[in-house]
Design a protein around this ligand. Sequence first.
Ligand code: SAM
Length: 237
Amino acid sequence: MKNRLFTALEWRDGQPYSLIFDDIYFSTDDGLEETNQVFIAQNQLETRFKSLEVEAFTIIETGFGTGLNFLVTSALWLTRAPQHAQLHFYSIEKYPLKIADLSRAHALWPQFSVISSELLNQYETLKSGTNQFSIAGGRIRLSLQVDDIALVLPQLTKKANAWFLDGFAPAKNAEMWTVDVFAHIARLSQANSTFATFTSAGLVRRGLQAVGFKVEKQAGFGKKREMLRGTFVGEFL
Ligand SMILES: C[S@@+](CC[C@H](N)C(=O)[O-])C[C@H]1O[C@@H](n2cnc3c(N)ncnc32)[C@H](O)[C@@H]1O
């Protein structure tokens, strides 16, 4: 494990804080509830998992961070999706957490300890580039892409059913929300692909509308007034 791969963060009041971006990884009000209200609810995942008629469901996430979104989504998948179906979860992360920090973050949500320990066992050998993890006897496949979003997105070919756009606020991390990133999100979308994000920044709303998403504002979580969700109605490439 090369240490330079991993990011330094600070623990403030028991929660991880990014020194690079001067920002929180998840809401200090309640990170778990934020994931549920933003990424799960706005992508209508509970209903979509329960009524799944195909063999697989693909989620692409911009910013793996602590893996909280992955843990919550995986737990929902295992209780709602048909036994034979497979969740394909792609997540992109340029600055992965050290395993000790990931483990400390996961200890905040002991209800996910089984999925977390499977993940942590495989995270031991994390490297730059593509990392494939198999969870729950193969019912979940995590493809953790350790690199800059600008380099990873152009290489992906799998279309997403749902997007988790979670890369720190645009004011603090413009690189995560560029015109090129939005164009690749559209390329990797299909009929009824949805996205959810915690931000309501005009740049994000306009960027996603411009590439073919119907975007709606929703009441935001915690201290945030609004957030965005949307459905792809553009041209499928
Ligand atoms: C708000 S955190 C994500 C939280 C995460 N989804 C969770 O469940 O904990 C945003 C993440 O985006 C990553 N990130 C920032 N800029 C990036 C870039 N250019 N390419 C890839 N990842 C990036 C950060 O390192 C950070 O882990």
